[in-house]
Design a protein around this ligand. Structure first.
Ligand SMILES: Nc1ncnc2c1ncn2[C@@H]1O[C@H](COP(=O)(O)OP(=O)(O)OP(=O)(O)O)[C@@H](O)[C@H]1O
Length: 769
């Protein structure tokens, strides 16, 4: 097999039109065309023993040859191998094609370059010894020069291909959009009407701001007129006119300064009010969402919406609209003035401004589209940061600081990619605006100078014209700049507006019935349930359970058997897929759920404390509790002694991390007991406490479970893990795979020798070890 030159024959991948590198065109453009064609035809090698994938490439290449109209060449070349990525070549390295032997293949940079751009090669091009040397090829065979030319053309077209990606609507600009999904799109008018609803209660401030804006803008626009008038009256020796103009200039300058200040202050205040109101509204919308919503939305992302996204919106009124109105008004005024000076020159300026505005609209649209993606990336970065910082103890224990930094910086990288595009787009916008700005001056001077020389207008008029045309263009530039910034802010706030439109959780707005007295009978009637985020997983299946008033029921079972889910359904945090929960004969859906929840005391498996003092944490949700009642609840929960031993006693500031697990649990028990609930729900902690803490917590739980007397005896539903708690129950319910497997007293279930007996034995043997 002889060494053949590079057979660069065709191009794939739509970005570069194949016709650009049509073989025939290349052939025509080179003096060695016949020689090369002959050479390729003569040196092609029939590759007989191809592997399956090579055969596939071969077929593809044949169809490409056909598709791209290389019919003539097709007949002569049967062993084309499309090497559209260098990886394909690399895969051959060392392994060898049948005809190349097991030798390493080396590639000339131009082969790599051409291959990257999707060229087809003949296997013969790689040479008999598996390598291709252009210099040697050139010496041996004149056609090699042709190969270099082709490689050169390849480079040019590669550059063109890259350039094309940077043109408006090119693939580089759209790369970001392809990575993100947009489900909600807000228009300019949509955003404005929503913002108006938010700021309308402060019409007075907005009114002041706009009045001041108009006065400041109009007084500022007269300044160039008086400046020019003063210069020319001085030149003509008109002293009276000079001083009159000077007086008016001072007056206008002062008016401008004063009202600019009022304008800035009023817009600033309106801005602060807007952001505050928006954050309040967003927060209240979020806290009134269904629990399912929080199964899908990360907390870090939501706090980012409250912080960063709302801040972006504040720019709209305080900055963008303010400056747009000011410059719009001034630009309009200046243009009217220009028309009075020379309508021909005024129309020239208008032409330039229209072009500038057109470019700005394109730029503004791009900024709006990308802004949302930027905010999404900020939210995701925030989510990672929030997670890592709140779980820093776990991060430190597992030594995964670097991984967390990597996770965080990955989002920052994505954000940077978006910002890079936004900034380059800004660069293009500034470039075009700058060019057009100076073009106006040059055009006005050339045309205006002609008018002056022909005596059509005076030099004073031309000077005023230049000053005001500059003003018009400058105003258009500013309006355009802030239009783009406004669109960016609207884009950034899309998610905020989307969230603000979420209706509150229906149970919060529904008015249900309030029972005169809660006796505490709880019935789970044929309950089936799947979490909305995992509808295929049936967590509870036809659960039937009747808990009598004052009864203590312990629910036991393996982890994941659905015990906590049962409690969530009792508190109506989720709605059952099938069946219903009945309390004292009334369906839970008929009851006023806020009232019902107040009748329940809940101690969750991992109680969380708020960043407030201990007394406020105990009184959380019981606003009218007195200090005496708080202390009584704390004593019942075995928490009083440790609380008073703290430096500030009940006023000690705590948060979720400043107390031990046992202490937090006792505060949570006190919080539940303070309500003196008719129904007590305990999700026993599985985490191991030291013997002393466990003893104290256990005593607190026992006391809590025995609360109430006679008719008012408390109904207790306890998800129990400790044998002592289980034994204290009147009835034990054993759950397996979302179903009630066994039910009865401890002795009954031990006799049954089923699941419960097995669980108990396992626990006893663990304790014995
Ligand atoms: N918010 C949720 N979204 C989706 N699936 C969930 C959710 N909460 C729990 N699950 C799933 O529901 C099933 C039952 O969970 P549940 O918390 O009720 O079990 P459990 O018996 O209380 O377990 P443990 O004793 O470990 O607390 C599990 O498979 C769990 O993965």
């Amino acid at each position: 097999m002889g060494t053949a030159p590079l057979g660069l024959l065709s191009w794939q991948h739509g970005t570069l039109s194949p016709s650009y590198l049509n073989y025939e065109e290349i052939r025509r453009s080179t003096s060695r065309k016949h020689q090369c064609t002959r050479h390729l035809k003569a040196n092609h090698v029939e590759v007989s023993a191809r592997k399956a994938h090579e055969a596939r490439w071969y077929n593809q290449s044949q169809s490409r040859v056909r598709d791209k109209g290389f019919e003539k060449l097709k007949d002569g070349i049967t062993d084309l191998l499309p090497i559209n990525t260098i990886n394909s070549l690399d895969r051959w390295n060392g392994k060898g094609l049948p005809e190349l032997g097991r030798r390493k293949v080396h590639y000339h940079p131009s082969v790599r370059c051409a291959a990257d751009s999707g060229a087809l090669f003949s296997s013969a091009d790689l040479g008999a010894n598996g390598s291709y040397d252009f210099k040697k090829g050139k010496e041996r065979n004149g056609s090699a020069l042709y190969a270099e030319e082709l490689a050169f053309v390849a480079r040019i077209f590669l550059s063109l291909k890259t350039l094309k990606a940077f043109l408006p609507n090119g693939s580089w600009w759209q790369a970001i959009e392809r990575q993100h999904q947009r489900t909600f799109n807000i228009t300019f008018t949509g955003a404005m009407s929503r913002l108006w609803v938010l700021v309308s209660p402060d019409k007075l401030i907005i009114g002041f701001a706009f009045t001041a804006l108009v006065i400041a803008a109009l007084s500022e626009i007269t300044i160039p007129h008086f400046v020019a008038a003063m210069i020319f009256s001085a030149q003509k020796g008109m002293t009276n006119d000079f001083y009159n103009n000077a007086r008016l200039l001072v007056m206008m300058s002062c008016t401008y300064g004063l009202f600019s200040g009022i304008r800035g202050g009023c817009f600033g205040i309106a801005n602060q009010i807007l952001v505050k109101r928006m954050r309040e509204l967003l927060f209240s919308t979020l806290v009134s969402q269904d629990i399912v919503f929080f199964d899908t939305e990360a907390v870090g992302s939501l706090t980012s919406r409250l912080g960063s996204d709302c801040q972006q919106v504040s720019r709209i009124i305080g900055n963008d609209l303010n400056i747009m109105f000011r410059n719009g008004l001034q630009g309009l005024g200046a243009f009217v003035y220009l028309l009075t000076l020379s309508w021909q020159l005024a129309l020239t300026t208008l032409g330039v401004c229209s072009l500038m505005w057109f470019l700005t609209r394109i730029y503004g649209r791009y900024q709006k589209r990308t802004a949302r993606f930027a905010q999404d990336s900020i939210a995701s970065a925030n989510e990672v940061a929030e997670e890592a910082l709140s779980l820093l103890r776990v991060v430190r224990t597992f030594g995964t600081e670097k991984e967390e930094v990597y996770r965080y910086s990955n989002w920052l990288k994505k954000l940077m990619e978006i910002n890079l595009r936004q900034n380059i787009a800004y660069g293009f916008s500034t470039l075009s605006s700058c060019t057009l700005y100076h073009t106006t001056q040059v055009v006005a001077l050339i045309i205006g100078g002609g008018f002056v020389m022909s005596g059509a207008i005076s030099a004073e008029k031309l000077t005023k014209f230049i000053l005001y045309s500059e003003w018009v263009v400058h105003s258009t530039w500013w309006v355009g700049d802030h239009w783009a910034s406004l669109m960016q802010a609207i884009g950034a706030s899309e998610k905020v507006f989307q969230l603000l439109e979420l209706p509150p959780c229906p149970q919060l707005s529904s008015v249900g019935i309030v029972l005169p007295q809660v006796r505490g009978r709880i019935q789970f009637v044929d309950i089936s349930f799947s979490y909305p985020t995992r509808p295929q997983a049936h967590v509870l299946k036809n659960v039937n359970l009747d808990i009598k008033p004052g009864e203590i029921v312990a629910v036991v079972g393996l982890s994941g058997s659905g015990k906590s889910t049962l409690v969530s359904l009792l508190l109506r945090l989720y709605e059952p897929t099938n069946g219903q929960v009945v309390v004292d004969g009334a369906s839970l859906t008929e009851l006023d759920i806020k009232w019902f929840r107040k009748q329940c005391g809940v101690v969750s498996q991992e109680p969380r404390l708020f960043s407030m003092n201990i007394a406020s944490n105990i009184a959380y949700g019981s606003d009218d509790a007195s200090q005496v009642e708080i202390e009584k609840a704390a004593k019942l929960a075995n928490a009083h002694d440790f609380i008073i031993s703290l430096p500030d006693g009940y006023k000690t500031m705590v948060d979720n991390s400043r107390l031990s697990g046992g202490q937090k649990q006792r505060i949570a028990i006190a919080r539940a007991l303070l309500r003196d609930p008719a129904i007590l729900i305990l999700d026993e902690a599985t985490s191991a406490l030291d013997a002393e803490s466990e003893h104290l917590v256990q005593k607190a739980l026992d006391r809590a479970m025995r609360g109430g007397v006679g008719e008012n005896k408390r109904t207790v539903l306890v998800i129990a893990h400790r044998l002592s708690t289980i034994r204290a129950a009147d009835r034990i319910v054993v759950m397996t795979n979302g179903q009630v497997a066994e039910m009865g007293s401890h002795d009954e279930l031990i006799k049954l020798d089923g699941e419960y007996a097995r669980l108990t034995k396992r626990q006893l043997s663990t304790l014995a070890q």
